[in-house]
Structures are given as structure tokens and as C-alpha cells.
Design a protein around this ligand. Structure first.
Ligand code: SF4
Ligand code: SF4
Length: 371
């Protein structure tokens, strides 16, 4: 399957549009589209952050994709996503505004339907159904537009992980609660991706994030966009470009085990891979968490001890905390309270999901080893 890579040195509208045009032509996406289709663009809008930091998909990517579709006869285009926090008009308007999504409005509508529906998963899946926001569940054609990042819990965030934003608002922490183990959570992500099934994924890797992603890391530009109809191989390929070991990323190893990754038949189209790429810094959680080094057969019997000794946990940097409560709102096990305008964390019950760190707008949560 084709993997497209084009160099785009900066967020310049003309350069991005040209790269999108070349990518979509190479992938011949018009052969799958008809003018009556409802096309959904799924950016990463994890939190309300300005486009000059590499947290969310850049608005010029979303705008260029929407414009290209309009210019090729597709008019029913919706930008839809459920960011962290509540899936409400008030919250999403702030996210759209801060993330610059109104730039794309001449070509696409911003989703204002805050309903969701249960969508059945195929037989044999652990998850029999998923609650998915209407805009995604009702789309005829989905263009997945992730931002490339490292991620505190999953290690890597690209096409597969971006689809977690199909689940409405605060139902996402509930899934963390149901699947505290990284193996189970990654399997859930894979099954969700197989239900949502985007037709194409175009990754914003012009500026990417390293370190404590998906929101607290720092810039690591790759100056490229990646596009493909094979999101699984694309994620594996993108992880190698970041200098990560893809099979240490549980969701990518599982995707390979499900025969979803086909590096052997990958055809790279477009520009060459630069020879000066440098490895991405891993999140602190991955640098400090040694539980994956313990043989699997020992993990179950000693789970309680291992989780106390080897896991990493969130640690508040009180001087940065403003007491906004976003960490408490997103904690699946409700062990964070706000007292005297500061967050308080209980260790007992923490599942080390790092949703709190992900949603903290002040980067006030770091990572510490259990002992
Ligand atoms: S830790 Fe972050 S998210 Fe939590 S209350 Fe403090 S500033 Fe807000
Ligand atoms: S305190 Fe943070 S890491 Fe622990 S369970 Fe709550 S959200 Fe997850």
C-alpha cells in the first residue's frame, strides 16, 4: 500500500495546499468520493491550545484539505472531534476558536451536533460496541488528521490514537477506568479504529511533539506530511521516523499481531526520507516505567507488588498549579481533589493513565517513580 511523504518546511498555506493536492492525487481519493457524500475531517483537538504549539492539528492542514475537497466538487464537509473535557457547545466553541479551526470555515462546517450513538463492533471483538459522536458515526467518508506526537500513556500518538476523539467527552476517562492495563487499553484503541475505519489518514508532522505528549511536550519538527489509506502501516512507519522502536508501542505490536501492518509491501511515494532525522525524546513515563521489562508470566502473580514498585505516578508541581480542576475532571478513578486552589493527588487507586497530565493546561504535573 502507498505511503506518501512530502517535505513541507513550515506552516505556509500555499506549500501545505500543494502537498495535500499531490498526496490526494497520488492516492486517487476522488475515485472513492461522490458529490453527495458527507465527508468528516477528524483533527486532533485534544485541548484548547493555539496552533503555534504542537498540541493540535494545525488549522492550515484542516483548511487545505477542506479547500481541496470543495474545489473537487465535495461540498458537505464537517470538522468533527470530541476533545478532552465535556462534549458541549460551550467547551467545543472555545476549543475551535483557540485551535484556529474557524480558519477552515469558508470550506467546511464545524460540528455543532453534540449527540452520540452506539455503534456495534464486529463479532469477536472484546468491545461489543462503542459510543461514537454522531458527526463521525454518520459520515460517509472520514479523513483522519492527526498530529504526530509521543504520548505519556501509549508512547506514540498518530492515526490510531487520534480516533479516541470519536468517543464523546468524559466517556473517554470511563474507558481508561475500564481498561487500566496498557495491553487492554491498546486493544480497545485498535478495535475502536477498526469500527471508525477512516478512509484516509494525513498526519501533520510539520511540527511534531516529543517528550511529555500529548500536551506537555516540546516541539520536534519533522517538516513533513504523511498520507495513506493504510493507517496501521503508516503509524508503524511514522514511529520509525521518530526514532521509536515501534514494537515497544503496545498498540503497534498488537496491530502487527492482527496482521494489520505491512511494512514489507509498503511503497514510499513523494520525497525521500531525510538522512538527518534525530530521535524523539520519550515521555518521562516511558523513561521511568520499567514494568514492561518484567517477563509477562511474572507480571500477573506479582501485579500488586510490581505496580507499587515499578510504575510511575503523577507528581504536582504546586507553584505551577492554578487550581482549575481540569485534572480532577479527567481522572477516571476520581482521586484528585482541589483544595485551596491546588490539586491534591491520592496515590491509592491511581491507574497511571496520565489523563491528568494530558489535560493540565499549566504543565503542572510531572512524573515520578513509585520508589
Ligand atoms: S494540576 Fe493542572 S489541571 Fe490540575 S488544577 Fe492544577 S493547573 Fe489545573
Ligand atoms: S491521578 Fe492521573 S494518572 Fe492517576 S488515575 Fe487519575 S488521571 Fe490517571
Amino acid at each position: 500500500m502507498r505511503q506518501i511523504l512530502y517535505h513541507v518546511p513550515e506552516y505556509d498555506e500555499t506549500l501545505i495546499y500543494q502537498a495535500v493536492e499531490k498526496a490526494f492525487t497520488q492516492l486517487d481519493i476522488l475515485s472513492d468520493l461522490t458529490p453527495d457524500m458527507k465527508v468528516l475531517l477528524k483533527p486532533n483537538l485534544v485541548m484548547a491550545k493555539k496552533p503555534d504549539v504542537p498540541v493540535t492539528t494545525h488549522p492550515l492542514i484542516v483548511k487545505s484539505v477542506a479547500r481541496w475537497l470543495q474545489e473537487h466538487g465535495i461540498t458537505n464537509i464537517v470538522i468533527g472531534e470530541s476533545s478532552g473535557g465535556p462534549f458541549t457547545a460551550e467547551h467545543m466553541k472555545t476549543v475551535y476558536h483557540t485551535c484556529g479551526m474557524y480558519e477552515a470555515e469558508p470550506y467546511a462546517r464545524l460540528n455543532m451536533d453534540f449527540g452520540f450513538q452506539s455503534v456495534n463492533a464486529p463479532d469477536g471483538f472484546v468491545n461489543h460496541s462503542f459510543n461514537i459522536i454522531n458527526a463521525i458515526a454518520e459520515a460517509d467518508y472520514i479523513i483522519n488528521l492527526p498530529k504526530l506526537k509521543t504520548h505519556a500513556m501509549t508512547g506514540y500518538s498518530g492515526g490510531i490514537k487520534n480516533l479516541f476523539g470519536s468517543v464523546p467527552g468524559l466517556q473517554k476517562p470511563q474507558l481508561h477506568y475500564r481498561f487500566p492495563d496498557i495491553e487492554d487499553f491498546s486493544n480497545m484503541l485498535l478495535e475502536l479504529s477498526l469500527v471508525v475505519k477512516p478512509q484516509i489518514t494525513l498526519i501533520d508532522a510539520i511540527d511534531a511533539m516529543e517528550g511529555n505528549g500529548p500536551t506537555g511536550g516540546t516541539s520536534h519538527p519533522l517538516h513533513m506530511i504523511l498520507a495513506s489509506q493504510d493507517m496501521y502501516t503508516q503509524d508503524y512507519f511514522a514511529a520509525t521516523l521518530m526514532g521509536l522502536e515501534p514494537e515497544e508501542i503496545v498498540m503497534l505490536r498488537q496491530a502487527k499481531e492482527r496482521n494489520l501492518i505491512h511494512m514489507e509491501s509498503m511503497e514510499l511515494i513523494g520525497d525521500t526520507i531525510p538522512d538527518n532525522l534525530t530521535a524523539f525524546q520519550k515521555p518521562d513515563t516511558k523513561n521511568l516505567d520499567f514494568s514492561s521489562k518484567v517477563p509477562k508470566f511474572l507480571q500477573k502473580p506479582f501485579a500488586a507488588v510490581l505496580s507499587r514498585v515499578l510504575k510511575s505516578y503523577p507528581k504536582l508541581e504546586p507553584e505551577k498549579c492554578v487550581g482549575c480542576g481540569k485534572c480532577a475532571e479527567s481522572c477516571p478513578v476520581q482521586i484528585i481533589t482541589i483544595k485551596n486552589r491546588k490539586a491534591n493527588f491520592k496515590r491509592k487507586g491511581c491507574i497511571s493513565c496520565f489523563c491528568c497530565q494530558e489535560m493540565c493546561p499549566m504543565k503542572a504535573i510531572s512524573v515520578k517513580k513509585a520508589i
